[in-house]
Design a protein around this ligand. Sequence first.
Ligand SMILES: NC(=O)C1=CN([C@@H]2O[C@H](COP(=O)(O)OP(=O)(O)OC[C@H]3O[C@@H](n4cnc5c(N)ncnc54)[C@H](OP(=O)(O)O)[C@@H]3O)[C@@H](O)[C@H]2O)C=CC1
Ligand SMILES: O=C(O)CCC(=O)C(=O)O
Ligand SMILES: [Mg+2]
Length: 741
Amino acid sequence: MSKIAKIVYTKTDEAPALATRSFLPIVKAFTKSSNIEIEVKDISLAARILANFSDYLSEEQKVEDALEQLGNLAKQPEANIIKLPNISASVPQLNEAIKELQALGYALPNYPEEANTAEEKAVLALYNKVKGSAVNPVLREGNSDRRAPKAIKNYARKNPHSMGVWSADSKTHVATMAAGDFAHNEKSVTLSKATSISIKHIADNGSKTVLKESLNLLDGEIIDATVMSKKALVSFLETEISDAKAQGVLLSLHMKATMMKVSDPIIFGHAVKIFFKDIFDKHGKTLEEIGVDVNNGFGNLLRNLEELSEEKKAEILLDIAEVYKNKPAVAMVNSDKGITNLHVPSDVIIDASMPAMIRTSGKMWNSKGELQDTKAIIPDSSYAGIYSATIDFCKKNGAFDPTTMGTVPNVGLMAQKAEEYGSHDKTFEIASSGKVVVEDASGNILIEHNVEEGDIWRMCQTKDLPIQDWVKLAVTRARASETPAVFWLDENRAHDAEIIKKVNLYLKNHDINGLDIRILSPIKATEFTLERLVKGEDTISVSGNVLRDYLTDLFPILEVGTSAKMLSIVPLMNGGGLFETGAGGSAPKHVQQFLEENHLRWDSLGEFLALAVSLEHLGTSNNNAKALVLAETLDEATDKFLDNDKSPSRKVGELDNRGSHFYLAMYWAEELANQDKDADLKATFTRVANDFNANEHTIIAELNKIQGNEVNIGGYYKPSDDLADMAMRPNTTLNKILNSF
Ligand SMILES: NC(=O)C1=CN([C@@H]2O[C@H](COP(=O)(O)OP(=O)(O)OC[C@H]3O[C@@H](n4cnc5c(N)ncnc54)[C@H](OP(=O)(O)O)[C@@H]3O)[C@@H](O)[C@H]2O)C=CC1
Ligand SMILES: O=C(O)CCC(=O)C(=O)O
Ligand SMILES: [Mg+2]
């Protein structure tokens, strides 16, 4: 008998966390008799805040730092972690969560919009640990392998999702900078020995400020640094805003303010300030007095207006209405509520927002709730070209056809905070004109940039071992699936040029005989991949971290409708496994629908796939034959689930997440009853399968009948466990069967 081994299951936020409340009891029941322990670790936004603010809490209120524990576990060979999507909080989301926790009696300090005193600075530093992409970079001690399994592709071919048509005269286009941006100012070096560096700002008058010191770098590590010129950015945004008006297209801005949590909010803020320039020109002083910070979106300005007298507020609102009249129409997030693309930085996140737009004929919603062509502003040109190339391709060839198109798996470099994921602690808004230098321990200048006031300077790191691992993973994937693999690297970009040298070097460590492996610039790689894709041919994209993020939403959304259906494996560099559920996020809209009508349309397919590979990993690494049987049968159950189309419906009164979990459980039990590899499992699950079958119609009818009314779970970021569990496990017959194992 194998010894007990553990799968760590993460508790996160929003829709996936609700779904877990229904699915986890099934998982626990099914694995109980097989020497598998399921441990839950709470890494939700609320738990992360509480873990970091222990000093402010009473003994009973304190929680463990689950994220830190999991970060350590990810470096151990026994790690087996199932990671659900979590909120990467923007400041507005963080503020909401703090408010909710304060109302529950947690004496947390407010998020300091401006930190002047030592105490405010300490509080801000703690909140910065929680803000934005704070979870994934900690857990991702490996590179990523994301793909659509065959069953998922076949399902999409048989049941294609809706796909908006494209016409050659669509006015939709991408606007990106031609000079002065991160892409054009990049410099990069590979270190020939380990060192410790400092980053210094030297003002024109000679005064020096240390921006960062004692940053230890490893031998062979690549660093790159670059700067976004504020002047160039402002002039670019002004031109594009006027042009949107002239062309009569919607204005939209696509950023990743959550992952690039220092640079992108600043850029977002510039866009808001330029769009509402008249307001800032006329009311700048008042807005400053009431603490407006539009780096957190235009919504921040609107909220702060509440501080003013009714009269002043009305005056400013009138002026805002005037701006909307004169400026181009802005793409809407919610036209009923008047929420635009410029309101909250986390409402439109580029990895999901650009593919969603491309899937919808290149259109976004206008204020009348109609679809309209749009200008997609993506200021930095490093990766914007992949979207313009895709849009050009659709204009020329029409929309993609999910019934015939190929697939694009991704092998992504992300281990040990590779590339931009680790850059926020090395990103600075420049105080005055001068230069920024990166200096090594012996005082040599490694990189130097001239800068001006308001420029955004940033440096990022990529360690050598993760690159070696990434190249190996790419070759392994290419060999296993006999598919051409393209490294999306631009020899004309400083950072990529350094990576290319290593790729060529490390490819020599592998047998690549007979494999088609190429290195193409992102735009060429897009064109090459799309040409093949329409012919039904598959191409592996091997990319750096940001492109990994973009491509693992772009292709899944076009191919199978959502990235939530992807198999997403992170083979950890020390031997463990991290199994992410899809590439999709937490889908706040799904929670809203759930609260309003007790119907959760979240699809847990990614979780089924992740659980199967996690069980398989546990089976092989612990010699646990039962776990292997559970893994195999779960995959078969998932196939059956797809064949019978048991994913949640979008409509109230029909099968939702809970009913869909019931079917997965029933099929899993049937597969376990039908196998002959393990007699104990067969005996147990024959009985269970009979129970499920006998009660199928009652359970599903009951689960559908309870829908249609509001539901209260006692909180958004920290729901009441009792209420949320009751809402997600409402069926006594099903609960009784699960308890009977
Ligand atoms: N790995 C992670 O931890 C990630 C976390 N996030 C976080 O998620 C939040 C929202 O981000 P956003 O960019 O809007 O992206 P989401 O992926 O959450 O949502 C985009 C849309 O995709 C569809 N979708 C996504 N997942 C599912 C699913 N399992 N079942 C059915 N449909 C799905 C939904 O479409 P529809 O509404 O049409 O049903 C949804 O509105 C943010 O807080 C972000 O930080 C985002 C990406 C990854
Ligand atoms: O880490 C994050 O904030 C988002 C992650 C994400 O979008 C992805 O990995 O695809
Ligand atoms: Mg993503």
